[in-house]
Design a binder for this molecule. Structure first.
Ligand code: SF4
Length: 118
């Protein structure tokens, strides 16, 4: 069984192939031009993560929305729940870029932080 993905670690965008056994375990990795691509592919197959970037409602500022992001990637499987959580959120200005809006967001160890001043 094969799985293909595009490495996003650098602009080379290598097409990386994973050869998997019947249980989905990785047998080999090919197509990567450097070791970072192998690490990326293994992580993407076993425990994919993404940095969440979105907005939350804001009151008292010059804009009605505040851009926010997680300060490190969170499990990809939590992105929908994370979006639902942020959709329910309203913050009060003023806020400084980097301020922690929610610490340990969804128990991931990542903080939800402001992406700009408001
Ligand atoms: S495998 Fe290496 S060279 Fe290719 S995209 Fe990934 S990091 Fe860049």
């Amino acid at each position: 069984m094969h799985k293909s993905l595009v490495c996003t670690v650098c602009p080379m965008s290598c097409n990386v192939s994973l050869e998997l056994d019947e249980n989905g375990q990785i047998i080999s990795v090919s197509g990567n031009r450097c070791p970072r691509g192998k690490t990326y592919a293994i992580k993407e197959h076993t425990a994919p993560e993404r940095t969440l970037t979105t907005t939350v409602r804001a009151v008292g500022g010059v804009h009605p929305l505040l851009p926010v992001r997680t300060d490190k990637p969170i499990p990809k499987g939590l992105l929908l729940k994370a979006m639902e959580e942020t959709a329910e959120l309203t913050i009060n200005a003023p806020v400084k870029m980097g301020d922690v809006i929610i610490p340990d967001f969804l128990g991931t160890g990542a903080n939800l932080v402001a992406s700009r001043d408001l």
